[in-house]
Design a protein around this ligand. Structure first.
Ligand code: PRX
Length: 644
């Protein structure tokens, strides 16, 4: 039992101490000689050839373990075949319908090899791009590892995205193949994934084949380019030699929202990325052979790439992959899965926890959750209340909580308590400290370090192994987005502060990125989608705080001349957004207005809109005198207020 020691600092901080066996002094070792430190960390992977240089830092481009050769799939699979892990469960897959399938490391190895051979037979070579648009089924992991095995670069698209999102991503990556399924289950309903892909393929010119997994077994259109997954792999042999990848050859592209309309293709390699993942998982989760790890993230997002696919499989742990939604078939689904499979670690989102908390304690209390030893959160700030609920009701005061801060771009966890390293005191709502080898700084607009308790921009001072290599086909955007604002440090785009004890507190995004139910969406991306509706002339998107989802989307729209305002239009426009971006982009509220508040240079003043919808003080608008006509803006705000 962990003994909570409460200390009220500023009304909401509480401190909880943790006991255990830890590696001492690792942080200072990492600071004394970072290259030596990271090269020792890299030795936890299996390399075909050792690197010649630990780091080539040519700001803002970092290349780790130069000249080293390795393979990500080999590190996840082959190396376990010579140990007792060979016949251990790698994946326990839980279908939405309650069906469970266990796949051992050996079985996973065979299935990956067969697909790898099939891809080669289709002419796929090292460096080619393959788009994967699959629901949370084992074939998603198999497809990623098959690509990695032959050196093809995977680009996974979250299966909740629309055909337009597929078109943009496939065209940018110039993918030769798409791997999809006939359909996917979502809360008992079938999502027609193949149909969405068919729409997209019409508007792409590089796709040669569409490989289709049978999941829902419904009738689908079969086109010239289509091949059934099973037919393709059945005739292949069980072994495919692993491609020797240079440490910095791209392993995958993962598209994520930025501050422009076009999603960014974040590129990660193998050597640095896998070193970061292996070691962060070791420090943060402190995996032991008996662990049953349950990370609830969809593989379509970075948490799924890093801590569903690569990190746990490299460690050879058993993990649970769940196909469906947290509240389906009922409001106790995660607790049911934990009880059924004896999960020892739960790694989930604050949004899921907020929903479960709302359903009441009777539901989790009716399950046996005693197998749990560690609880984690990721993706958005967790409010101390929810943290305490997680600690008391789910962890029964026995499980430490790790609140892990990181990003698609950082590859792996950057801030978290490290249960494998030292005993520290937890503060609900704070991620605690940076991981060993990760040097953070909170700075002001001029890149100058701010004092304790002062809000500033979160930056990373030194390169770290999981750092993105670049943005696909767009070095300039990479430099501009992450390195221009805070000069020589990586600009994370989050506001944060450090308290008197050195704990980090993340305060949310400092840019035009929203986090809706933990999903990352760009305001400009959403605005472009609104404007593509024939009745909409202009759009401004902001967010409103939400008890469950953290934030929800609020849109202000100006109609085109001649477009008629009607109750139907609201529904139609929202449908349009769901079809253009995906169901996760549905707006909570749409306001039709005559004009949007803008600066003289035409920039929409989203900050003001955000303050208004959240009932916050608008702040000093006189500072905007140079940029806009205050009178006009005030008038616009009054207009908008009338609608609220
Ligand atoms: O704003 C931060 C928030 O999520 C952003 C990164 O989003 P994405 O690339 O989709 O990756 C999410 C999963 C790693 C960050 O810039 N964020 C992530 N983790 C936390 C968080 N905000 C507060 N607390 C966290 N633990």
């Amino acid at each position: 039992m962990i003994d909570p020691q409460y200390r009220k600092d500023d009304g909401h901080q509480e401190i909880i101490s943790l006991e255990g066996n830890k590696i001492k002094g690792i942080k200072s070792i990492s600071q004394i000689d970072p290259k030596h430190f990271w090269s020792n960390c890299a030795k936890n992977l299996t390399w075909f050839k050792e690197w010649e240089q630990v780091l080539d830092w040519n700001p803002p481009f970092a290349r780790w373990f130069l000249g080293g050769k390795l393979n990500a799939a080999y590190n996840c699979l082959d190396r376990h075949l010579i140990s007792e892990k060979k016949n251990h469960a790698a994946i326990i897959w839980e279908g939405e319908d309650g069906q469970s399938v266990t796949i051992t490391y050996n079985q996973l190895f065979y299935r990956v090899n067969k697909l790898a051979n099939a891809l080669k037979r289709l002419g796929i070579k090292k460096g080619d791009r393959i788009t994967i648009y699959l629901p949370m089924i084992p074939e998603l992991v198999i497809s990623m590892l098959a690509c990695a095995r032959i050196g093809a670069i995977h680009s996974v698209i979250f299966s909740g995205f629309s055909s337009q999102s597929i078109i943009d991503r496939v065209n940018d990556a110039e993918s030769r193949i798409i791997i999809t399924a006939d359909g996917g289950y979502r809360r008992g309903k079938i999502v027609q994934l193949k149909k969405i892909v068919d729409e997209a393929v019409k508007q792409t010119s590089t796709v040669e084949k569409v490989i289709v997994v049978k999941r829902t077994h419904e009738d689908i259109d079969i086109n010239e380019k289509d091949i059934w997954f099973e037919d393709l792999v059945n005739k292949e042999s069980n072994y495919c030699v692993s491609e020797w990848m240079e440490s910095n050859d791209p392993l995958f592209i993962l598209y994520t929202s930025g501050t422009t309309g076009k999603p960014k293709g974040v590129v990660h390699g193998s050597g640095g990325y896998l070193t970061h993942l292996f070691n962060s998982a070791k420090w943060v989760f402190n995996f032991v052979p008996t662990d049953v790890f349950f990370c609830t993230a969809d593989i379509g997002w970075v948490t799924g790439h890093s801590y569903v696919v690569y990190a746990p499989l490299m460690h050879g742990v058993t993990e649970i992959i769940y196909e469906g939604a947290p509240d389906y078939p009922d409001q106790g689904q995660y607790w049911n899965i934990i009880e059924k499979h004896g999960a020892t670690i739960l790694y989930t989102t604050p949004t899921a926890l907020r929903s479960y908390m709302r359903y009441g304690n009777d539901i989790p209390n009716s399950y046996d959750l005693s197998s749990l030893r560690l609880l984690g959160t990721v993706g958005e700030p967790i409010n101390p209340e929810v943290w305490m609920w997680y600690f008391n009701t789910i962890g029964k005061n026995n499980c430490p909580i790790i609140d892990t801060w990181w990003q698609t771009e950082t590859g792996g966890i950057m801030i978290s308590m490290c249960t494998g390293i030292e005993n520290i005191q937890m503060k609900p709502g704070s991620g605690t400290f940076s991981l060993p080898g990760i040097e953070l700084e909170i700075v002001d607009d001029h890149g100058k370090k701010v004092e304790a308790n002062k809000k500033g921009y979160l930056t990373v001072k030194e390169p770290w192994p999981g750092m993105l290599l670049s943005l696909w086909n767009n070095k300039e955007r990479y430099e501009k987005t992450y390195w221009e604002k805070t000069r020589n440090s990586y600009f994370a785009g989050d506001f944060a502060y450090v308290d008197n004890d050195g704990y980090y507190w993340i305060l949310g995004r400092a840019d035009d990125i929203l986090k809706v139910a933990g999903h990352r969406l760009g305001t400009i991306e959403l605005e472009s989608a609104f404007i593509s509706h024939p009745s909409v002339a202009e759009a401004a998107v902001t967010s409103k705080k939400d008890e469950i989802k953290g934030e929800t989307i609020i849109a202000f729209l100006v109609l085109r001349k001649g477009a008629e305002l009607s109750s139907q239009l609201d529904i139609e426009v929202n449908e349009h957004i769901k079809n253009t971006v995906g169901p996760i982009a549905s707006a909570e509220k749409i306001y039709f207005v005559n004009k949007l508040p803008k600066t003289r240079s035409g920039k929409i003043m989203r900050r003001l809109l955000r303050s208004i919808v959240n009932n916050e003080t608008i702040g000093d608008i006189t500072t905007l005198e140079d940029e806009a006509s205050i009178e006009e803006i005030t008038h616009e705000l009054q207009e908008i207020n009338k609608h609220l």
